[in-house]
Design a protein around this ligand. Structure first.
Ligand code: ITT
Length: 197
């Protein structure tokens, strides 16, 4: 399936492509009039609510255009710290900008709980079908940022299924085998083989 990923985050496109292309799909960024669309994100509704909102906005945007009928993918994701239930979650990118990774490490130290998980909610839709899939990657927050691979929280996230390194150190090849995004994308690919919800 030719999939147009409605996101402003190029890293998400690269990661989705690495999972979905070997499964027989193509993935490109949704571009309208030369621009990546920017969506309103009702972050108080959590990842599910934001993803539902993004897919509605994206489908409205392509209505009547030459892209009408295309398969559109959206994804909302975030990190959840065990010491702060449901936080930062859908606010992850804002919180990262406000307090930085060192600020997150400080918060985690104050809470005394380094457990954390990444979550992703992905929704794929074409003209009349909708598929939704979620992925979780368990891990913990490191004492210091380590490594420069990936994006966002990757230099401070140590996945349980890794070798003790952060995603920043492990690199994309390892990340794409175990990440929340990989699990969500794989779930979508499996759903595409069955009737829609
Ligand atoms: P779009 O909404 O345009 O898709 P975005 O980067 O704004 O792109 P989100 O609103 O879903 O994406 O916010 C995701 C944030 O959560 C992201 O900016 C990071 O701060 C964090 N995050 C999610 N997945 C991550 C990952 O795989 N690695 C590192 N940080 C991640």
């Amino acid at each position: 399936m030719r999939i147009l990923f409605a996101t402003g985050n190029e890293n998400k496109i690269v990661e989705a492509r690495e999972v979905l292309v070997p499964l027989g799909h193509s993935v490109e960024g949704l571009v309208i009039n030369g621009l990546r669309p920017n969506f309103d994100e009702p972050k108080h509704l959590g990842l599910d609510g934001v993803a539902e909102s993004k897919i509605r906005q994206a489908m409205e945007l392509i209505q009547g255009s030459e892209l009408e009928g295309s398969a559109i993918l959206v994804e909302d994701s975030g990190i959840f710290l065990d010491g702060f239930p449901e936080w930062p979650g859908a606010e992850s990118s804002d919180v990262e900008k406000e307090i930085g990774l060192n600020g997150i490490i400080e918060k985690v130290k104050e809470s005394g709980n380094s457990g954390a998980e990444y979550r992703a909610v992905a929704i794929l839709s074409n003209e009349n079908q909708v598929w939704k899939s979620k992925g979780i990657c368990r891990g913990k927050i490191s004492d210091h940022p380590r490594g420069s691979n990936g994006f966002g929280y990757d230099p401070i996230f140590i996945p349980e299924e890794g070798d003790g390194g952060t995603f920043g150190e492990l690199g994309n090849e390892v990340k794409n085998q175990i990440s929340h995004r990989k699990k969500a994308m794989l779930g979508l690919s499996n759903l595409l083989k069955s009737p829609s919800r």
